[in-house]
Design a protein around this ligand. Structure first.
Ligand code: FES
Length: 106
């Protein structure tokens, strides 16, 4: 499943990620800059914040209450399309998903 990550400076990288992993695991495993993931994917840190492309925002499973609360504490501005990348599981339906990275995670 191919996911494209766009850095704040506009550089983009498309990664082929294994289904069943989280976006965060896939991105950090590939050495992508811009995701810190301090808590290791346990929905406790909000340092894996991403902005989902508007076209995709309604096509992802909704946020849990936990994710929603944590996003309020994210370092970069929270937008309507903000998500925690550790809470998004890669599935074949997400092929072509585009996410933008915030300018900071801490
Ligand atoms: Fe900590 Fe996602 S890695 S909330």
């Amino acid at each position: 499943t191919t996911i494209t990550f766009i850095q704040p400076d506009g550089r983009s990288r498309s990664l082929a990620l294994a289904d069943g992993t989280s976006l965060m695991q896939g991105a950090t495993g590939a050495g992508l800059d811009g995701i810190v993931a301090e808590c290791g994917g346990n929905a406790m840190c909000a340092t894996c914040h991403v902005y989902v492309d508007e076209a995709w925002a309604g096509r992802l499973p909704p946020r849990s209450d936990e994710e929603d609360a944590l996003l309020d504490g994210a370092a970069a501005e929270r937008l309507p399309t903000s998500r925690l990348s550790c809470q998004i599981t890669v599935t074949p339906d997400l092929d072509g998903l585009v996410v933008r990275l915030p300018d900071r995670q801490i």
